[in-house]
Write a protein that binds this ligand. Structure first.
Ligand code: UN1
Length: 505
């Protein structure tokens, strides 16, 4: 890689106004991957000016012509699958099958958005008046600001940008500061395909650059995926700006219900996938396992056995199940929650917070290693460890007695509502969960991770206020016009409203 990477503004690589730089680091080794410029408010200002100026030219193209640029990117993502998957793994630490799946998810989203360009749009709406034709039209909102997380550094940027661009918006994007290399590669792709200047802009940097996007009145829609803390701040700031929209998808404290009718092979498999894939760093990862007393002991024995032995190590090695955490500050956070659980007097069953040195592969001593931490706790106790999102391999077993109603009551006892699952062979229990679980993504006899891109992705309660992906994001990046045309020379009104103009005489 070259020395210092630039922003991409108005069709040019741009060194920006600031003098500060930051580094991307491999979380498994501590190795430096590249140096990037830290964007400032004035860099964002220029990016927004470029996006604003490009709007008219871009929206004048058809959906199909705009999608052509995305199809080129689709092919590039596919052609470079292995290479880009390895880059994702090096920069964000997810094991290699996950690094590659991130790239696959990205091209699926691009395929969905570009394919949608040829699909019928809008509704024909009946009118009370036979001579009136009414139908819905959509227009791009204008400039869309995108702020994306590090855990899906290729897929989530395309959740936001693919549909926004095909619908005719221009974009200013700030990638996560932990994964600027993935950001650089995506910007290179837009440059390679020759997207018109100013349609796509990327400014690298931290929260202050993101805040400059959120605050600016030229931004019509903000799409955000990331922490609840930041998402709520964004939603609040945007609420004060009339006409502006924010679609925010945030975290969760997700649960899986294992009933007395569960197939325990499925239960253990689904729970291990949900809790430990991505080292617990998906917003859909599960940290609460709500298990019926009749199957509790066997479930616990089997889950603990896997948690004790699950392979933590070099994420580039195909035999690894869990890579490192993203950064040292996150190790501190997860370790802090493991300590807190002990202080809250839970019964710890597995504690691999600090891995044995023998478990750490050669050359990886500086990685951000944390293994599984599993405990049992009282589902009714108001503990912080069982209610706050940790975003790591920190898992509570919560035993219940009674019926599915009781299980779902415990399941719903969090402020979040992103994803969840029920494991049961009894369709009545499964359907009760489906109808009463307070989540945006619900699964039966499956892990609660791994949603496909064509599903609406987002949560309820503290987990979200919109869907920054797939079909649902169209609502956030377009405005609708209800259009009515009169085919008659007479004006006739609906609702029985008189169209007569009465004069004094
Ligand atoms: C996230 O958890 O941050 O459903 C995104 C999934 C992936 C996306 C996860 N498609 O697990």
């Amino acid at each position: 890689m070259s020395d210092v990477y630039d922003h991409y503004i108005g069709g040019n690589w741009d060194a920006g106004d600031g003098s500060e730089r930051f580094e991307s680091t491999n979380p498994a080794t501590g190795e430096r991957l590249g140096t990037f410029r830290r964007g400032t408010g004035s860099d964002i200002d220029r990016a927004l000016a470029a996006a604003d100026a490009a709007e008219d030219e871009w929206r004048a193209l058809s959906h199909i012509d705009r999608a052509e640029y995305l199809w080129d990117i689709y092919h590039e993502l596919r052609d470079r699958h292995e290479e880009l998957g390895a880059i994702v793994t090096k920069e964000c630490g997810k094991e290699i099958s996950e690094g590659k799946a991130d790239v696959t998810e990205a091209w699926h989203m691009v395929e969905w958005a570009a394919g949608d360009a040829r699909h019928p749009k809008g509704d024909v709406v009946p009118s009370e008046i036979p001579a009136k034709d009414a139908y819905m039209r959509r227009k791009p909102r204008g400039v869309v600001g995108c702020i994306t997380p590090w855990n899906f550094p290729v897929a989530i940027p395309f959740w936001h940008m693919a549909v926004a661009l095909v619908e005719g918006n221009t974009v200013v994007w700030k990638p996560a500061e932990q994964t600027p290399w993935c950001g650089q590669i995506i910007a290179e792709m837009f440059d390679d395909v020759g997207i018109p200047d100013g349609v796509f802009n990327m400014v690298q940097g931290f929260g202050d650059a993101g805040a400059a996007i959120v605050d600016d009145e030229r931004v019509d829609t903000v799409l955000f995926t990331g922490s609840a803390e930041v998402g709520h701040e964004i939603a609040q700031t945007v609420a004060e700006q009339p006409g502006k929209l924010a679609a925010c998808e945030m975290g969760g404290k997700n649960g899986i219900v294992v009933t007395e009718e569960a197939d325990l092979d499925i239960a253990v498999h689904a729970a291990v996938m949900s809790s430990f894939k991505t080292t617990g760093q998906r917003c859909v990862s599960s940290e609460r396992l709500v298990v019926h007393e009749d199957v509790y002991d066997e479930f616990k024995r089997r889950f603990v056995e896997v948690a004790e032995s699950v392979a933590v190590g070099d994420p580039l090695d195909e035999g690894t199940f869990m890579g490192p955490l993203i950064e040292p500050a996150h190790v501190e956070k997860v370790t802090g929650y493991n300590d807190l659980a002990r202080e809250e007097e839970v019964n710890v069953l597995v504690d691999r917070t600090e891995l044995d040195s023998a478990e750490i592969p050669d050359g990886h001593a500086d990685g951000n290693w944390v293994g599984p931490f599993v405990y049992e706790a009282d589902p009714d106790a108001p503990l912080r460890c069982t209610h706050e999102e940790v975003f790591g391999p920190h898992v509570a077993l919560l035993k219940y007695s009674g019926d599915i109603e009781r299980a779902v009551e415990i399941h719903n006892d969090t402020e979040y509502g992103l994803a969840g699952a029920v494991i049961s062979e009894d369709y009545r229990q499964v359907n009760y969960y489906r109808d009463h679980a307070e989540v945006g993504l619900a699964y039966g006899n499956l892990p609660c991770i791994g949603a496909e891109v064509q599903l609406p992705f987002g949560g309820v309660k503290r987990s979200g206020n919109g869907y920054p992906s797939a079909r649902e994001v169209i609502e956030a990046v377009t405005e609708r016009t209800a259009w009515t045309l009169n085919n008659s020379k007479d004006i006739e009104m609906a609702q029985g409203l008189s169209a007569d103009i009465n004069t004094e005489d």
